[in-house]
Design a protein. Structure first.
Length: 486
């Protein structure tokens, strides 16, 4: 549990109390314990009590106002000690601007302040929104300290994971059962050409699409086979989209700016592709396209950065606008709202609203080339990686970088079943973990299992909607299918 220390002027007690109320969920989840001088017991030495709590705190909140800056005790003792500990890496100091004051001349001016952009809480139209913004930034800081709002492993559990990793490494490609015996490998396939990515499980058949340079393969659980579904005549930069149901749809961009929609029925082996539609709206070659969750909308981007949002049922344009990031190489969708995130080949990231086209946030990832990007499961992070195995993690609320000091914190991708009961995560270290949702508290996830092999690069991971199958693409040359058995 992380200790959080409040440094504040007593004239701001009401605002401090309101902030502590907003931190209630972090306290209920057992992530933090808060302390301030009002918790000193009668008869205890005040200076000693404050000093010991300040020394023990992992996070120190400076509740800044003109009264705070004017207080010799807050400024001269608590703040100076806090900044010393911050500089030595022993604690994290977060200045929180409560009321307008000349804080930009203070010694902590180099630190990122809360709320966003350092706008004082009392200047917000609704102060509750300000406190919510602060809470999210504190939660983000906790992630960087190796804690997570949804994944909290004890030291014993972490040791158990490391033990399983050590035991599993020896099994390599030959493993047919996961360490915790909750998954069994039911298929292992290779192909003469490199398999570029897994394009998702079809529901409810649990067939899995596999993209090859000029082909589309399908794994069928009925006969446990991997076969070619169709040849791709003109690839949309390798981008293939899958819709729910037995029908499978691929998208192909032309030099004229059109998107050719091709459909095939995966039931028929060797089925010829059938061109069913031609979406005409782009003025230059489409380079990326992806269906939103549920398949009701399609988002496509051309090489000049123009975005078009389509209504898939009517094949009509709902929205058209230009991104700020340049040549887009990756698209992903938020889990909680209509946010869409795109990334360029230079690592520039933009988040926009799919319904209005309004730009919401911009970031930059320290990667480049063929970049991909996605939201984490609860939209708290943006994870980006490129084809050179470099990755970057950004906290959505503040843009701060994630520090990959903990194995589980270094998540490069995460997929879940339709109900969110199982989450399959890939880490920067190449491990693939399964987390299971707590039966009582849906926001909590506990370690469930991990997949071998651990000494080879896992190129892509997918899980079926019902959580029964997981597909692992290994170094783009082997496909492993795992089935839930316990």
């Amino acid at each position: 549990m992380i200790s959080v220390f409040f440094s504040y002027s007593h004239k701001d007690q009401a605002l401090r109390d309101r902030l502590e109320t907003h931190l209630a969920m972090l306290k209920r989840q057992g992530i933090i314990a808060t302390w301030h001088d009002r918790k000193i017991i009668a008869g205890d030495p005040i200076d000693d009590s404050i000093g010991s709590e300040l020394e023990a705190a992992r996070i120190i909140l400076l509740l800044v106002s003109a009264d705070f800056l004017a207080s010799d005790y807050c400024y001269g003792k608590e703040m100076e000690k806090a900044l010393e500990r911050h500089a030595s890496g022993k604690t994290r100091v977060i200045p929180i601007i409560l009321r307008p004051c000349e804080w930009r001349e203070a010694p902590f001016r180099h630190l990122l302040t809360a709320p966003t952009d350092g706008v004082p809480v009392t200047n917000w139209k609704d102060p509750e929104e300000a406190f919510l913004d602060i809470t999210r930034m504190i939660r983000a800081a906790l992630v960087e300290l190796g804690t997570s709002s949804s994944i909290r492993e004890s030291n014993d559990a972490t040791d158990r994971i490391q033990r399983l990793i050590k035991e599993t490494k020896s099994s390599g490609m030959d493993a047919i059962q996961s360490p915790n015996k909750k998954w069994a490998r039911v298929g292992a396939f290779s192909y003469p050409l490199a398999m570029t990515r897994l394009v998702g499980f079809l529901s409810p058949t649990n067939r899995l699409g596999v993209s090859v340079k000029d082909q589309l393969l399908i794994w069928d659980p009925d006969d446990n086979s991997l076969k070619k579904l169709l040849d791709v005549p003109v690839a949309l930069r390798g981008e293939h989209g899958i819709l729910a149901g037995d029908g499978l749809t691929t998208l192909h961009g032309s030099d004229d700016g059109d998107i050719i929609v091709v459909e095939a029925k995966p039931r028929v082996e060797g089925s010829r592709h059938k061109e069913t539609d031609q979406l005409v709206a782009h003025k230059s070659r489409p380079v990326r396209a992806q269906f939103c969750p549920g398949g009701s909308r399609l988002v496509s981007v051309d090489e000049k950065g123009y975005v078009i949002v389509w209504d898939w049922a009517s094949r009509t344009v709902l929205l058209s606008f230009r991104t700020l990031v340049g040549r887009v190489t990756g698209i992903s969708f938020g889990h909680r709202d209509d946010s869409v995130v795109v990334i360029s080949e230079s690592g520039d990231i933009e988040v926009f609203d799919m319904l209005t086209g309004r730009s919401k946030k911009q970031f930059h990832a320290n990667i480049g080339g063929k970049c991909l990007v996605q939201f984490s499961l609860f939209d708290e992070h943006i994870i980006a990686h490129d084809d050179a195995d470099r990755w970057d993690g950004l906290l959505y609320s503040s843009g701060l970088r994630m520090a990959p000091t903990e194995l589980i914190a270094a998540i490069t991708s995460a997929v879940s079943d339709k109900q969110g009961k199982l989450v399959v995560m890939q880490t920067a270290s190449g491990h693939v973990f399964v987390l299971a949702q707590d039966i009582i508290e849906a926001a909590k996830y506990a370690f469930d299992d991990l997949f071998p092999p651990l000494d080879l690069r896992i190129s892509d991971v997918q899980i079926s909607d019902d959580g029964q199958y997981v597909g692992l693409l290994i170094e783009r040359r082997a496909l492993h299918i795992w089935q839930r058995v316990n």
